[in-house]
Design a protein around this ligand. Structure first.
Ligand code: UDP
Ligand code: MG
Length: 317
């Protein structure tokens, strides 16, 4: 098989028919002699998405689907698609038509020129709240500045990757996925194309602020230890200041005998130190939680039904 298209689905009933038509319109004329497949992963949708996908699958044998037992999240849905994709190249695309299917031939063409990863970088973003754009911009820049690997800024998961990269991804068993970071970590020759990101075609975003914060923390904790070090450095700085204040207190008490019942200064220092300590403990907790998730070694997702087998990983050479 030449190409697999992985499409995570969470309450996308309004977009699935148009998405399918547009994808077919783009893929059918492409030079793919060994064929292609669609892999829809229904990530616990509560609308008619699954029924729509199953109707498509009944009509078109290239439509494959995986139905999760509940909502496991976008990154896990993509992971399940990667576990079952047969294609020599794999496209990851959102279902809401924010990622234009019309870009796929150009991405694929670039891949054929000898790259292993061709990602699509947003030149502009339409129909997104100012807050989302700002937090996303900030996040990508903070992440870039505190990681050793270079994770491209303003880039989502819309991309085409080669079989080599898919196999490498499948060998990374971490529980808290940040796929775009993992792909950067894997290396090989990577390049990008720029595009203007459209507005969501129909329906509402499935990425709540809660899910976005989780994704951001997964990205940071998986690829950087800087926050842990910042907690240590912050601790030293605060201790240094506290030591100076202590010297001054002793001086005021025993030498200059100029001291007041110091309610205000006590409160300020207690609150400040308490805050710093809690932040540091919280940062450690974020890493600890992920450590324990990985120790538990649970399966990443539970499939309730599918018309696709999970593929065995080829032995690593
Ligand atoms: N999605 C998913 N599980 C979730 C949330 C989202 O599979 O828990 C899918 C969603 O159907 C879409 C893609 O992930 O295909 C991107 O989500 P969305 O468009 O809601 O995110 P946004 O573009 O607003 O960041
Ligand atoms: Mg979207």
């Amino acid at each position: 098989m030449d190409l697999s298209v992985i499409i995570p689905i969470y309450n996308e009933e309004e977009n699935i028919p148009a998405l399918y038509e547009r994808l077919r319109g783009v893929l059918d004329p492409m030079p793919l002699p060994n064929g292609y497949e669609f892999i829809f992963i229904n990530d616990g949708s509560r609308d008619q998405s699954l029924a729509l996908i199953q109707t498509l699958a009944a009509r078109d044998s290239r439509v494959r689907f995986i139905n999760f037992s509940r909502n496991f999240g976008h990154q896990i849905a993509v992971t399940a698609g990667l576990d079952r994709a047969e294609g020599e190249a794999v496209v990851i695309i959102d279902a809401d038509l924010q990622d234009p299917p019309e870009l796929i031939p150009q991405l694929y063409q670039k891949l054929r020129e000898g790259y292993e990863v061709v990602y699509a970088k947003r030149r502009s973003r339409q129909g997104e709240s100012a807050a989302k754009k700002l937090t996303a911009k900030l996040f990508y820049r903070i992440l870039a500045s505190i990681t050793h690997i270079s994770i491209p800024v303003d880039t989502g998961d819309f991309r085409v990757i080669s079989r080599k990269v898919v196999d490498a991804l499948r060998r990374m068993p971490e529980q808290n996925k940040f796929i775009r970071g993992q792909i950067s970590w894997i290396g090989y020759r990577q390049t990008y194309l720029e595009y203007d990101r459209a507005e969501r075609a129909g329906g509402a975003t499935g990425y709540t602020y809660r899910k976005m914060i989780k994704l951001a923390l997964d990205g940071i904790t998986a690829f950087s230890d800087v926050p842990l070090k910042a907690a240590t450095i912050g601790g030293f700085l605060v201790s240094g200041v506290a030591f100076l204040v202590m010297l001054y207190t002793l001086y005021a008490r025993f030498v200059s005998h100029d001291y007041q019942p110091g309610w205000a200064s006590l409160m300020v220092s207690i609150l400040f130190l308490g805050g710093v300590q809690l932040i540091a403990v919280g940062i450690i907790g974020e890493y600890m939680a992920r450590l324990s998730a990985n120790v538990r070694q649970r399966p990443l997702y539970i499939v309730s039904e599918s018309n696709l087998p999970e593929l065995p990983l080829p032995p690593q050479r």
